[in-house]
Design a binder for this molecule. Sequence first.
Ligand SMILES: Cc1ncc(COP(=O)(O)O)c(C=O)c1O
Length: 406
Amino acid sequence: MSEQDPALEAQEPGKQRAHLDTLAIRAGGLRTPFLEHSEALFPTVSFVHESAEMAARRFAGEEPGYIYSRFTNPTVDMFEQRLAALEGGEAAIATATGMAAISALAMAVCKTGDHIVTSGSVFGSTLNVFGPQVMGKFGVDTTVVQGTSLDAWRAAITPRTRLVFLETPSNPTAEVFDIAAIAEMTRSVGALFAVDNCFCTPILQRPLELGADCVIHSASKHLDGQGRVMGGAIVGSRALCKETVYNFLRTTGASMAPFNAWVILKGLETLPIRMRAHSENALALATWLAEQPKVARVNYSFLPSHAAHALARRQQSGGGAVLSFEVKGDRAAAWRVIDATRTMSITGNLGDVKTTITHPASTTHSRMTPEARARAGIHDTLIRVAVGLEAQEDLREDLARGLDLI
Ligand SMILES: Cc1ncc(COP(=O)(O)O)c(C=O)c1O
C-alpha cells in the first residue's frame, strides 16, 4: 500500500495545512498496487503472513502489518486518518457506534474512585453510560451540570475529576457551551476534556483548536450523512487513541466494520459542502419560523435572538442542521404540526440529507422525569427539526400546513 495521497504533504510539520475541503476528499488515502482511484474496501476478518516468523514479529508488534480486523483494517485506517486530519487531531480511533466511542472512552480513561462531570443536556444514552447503570457500577461517580453557567461548571470540576464531557450546541434546545473556558478549568485539575461534535462536525466547529483534548463522533449522523450505517470515533492525541482506547477496544471488541468505514469515508468527501448547505437551510427555516404567529419560540444558535449567539459565532462557522421550536398551545398542537408534514420524516435520527422531525418530550426525551424535562426546556409544545437538504420552500410549506391547523 502506498502511504498517502500527495495532497496530504501539506500536513507535514512546518507546512501550511491543506484546506478542509481538500482534506475531506484526499486525507487518509491508502492506495494498493492496483492504483485504484476510489478508496478500496477490505472486507476481510484476518490478514495472511508470509511466514511463521513474520506472524510472530507482527503479533509481537516488532513489525507493522495487519493481523485481524478487530484490531486494525486498511479501510478503517483510511477513515481514521481522514477524520483526524479534519478535526486537527494527531490520531483517531473508529468504533462500532457513537455510544461505543463514548463508553470506550469512559471505560478506558476512568478507574474506580474517579469522577466524571457532564452536562444535563447530553444525549440520553450518554447520561446512562456515565450514571449508575454503567460507570456507577464500577465505582465511578458523575456530576451532572444543568445549564451553561461557567460558575456551575467550575464548582463541579474537582481534583478527583478524570473526564469532563459535553455536547455543544445541545440537543434539542441548542444551548451553547464555552469550550475554551471549560477546557481551561479541566486542564487546571489534569482531567481529560471531551466534546461530542456530532451536531457541528469539524466543518463548523473544531473543539481541539479551542482547547478540548478529544472529540467524539456518532458517525451514524453527519459523517455518513445519509442515514445508512452505524459508526463512531474518538479523535485526539496518538497516546489516547492508539494506546489507551485502542488497548481497551481491541480486547472488548466494539470496533468499526470495514464496510461501515468505507461508506462513512466516502461520506466525508461531501461533508464540507453538506454542512454548509444544512446550515444555510436551517438558518432560513429558523428565521421564517421566528416570524410565524403560531410559534412561541425558536432555538437555533445562529439566530441573532439566541442568548449565546455571540459565543456561537466565535466558536462555530455555522449553526448546523438542528433547530427546535415551540408552538403556541399544547402537546396536541405540536403533534398536529408533525402529523401534517409530507416531506419531512417523523423519526428520531438526525444528520441526514432527509429532513427529520420529532417531538422530543414523547420520544427521545420521554424517559426523563417531567421535572427534569421542564428544567431542560423540553416542553410538550417543543418540536425538533433536523434540517436536510431539500428545497427551503418545500420545508416551509411542510410546516406551514400544520401551523395553519392550530
Ligand atoms: C449527540 C449524539 N451523540 C452520540 C449519539 C450516539 O450515537 P450512536 O447512535 O451512533 O450510538 C447520538 C445519537 O443519536 C447523538 O445524537
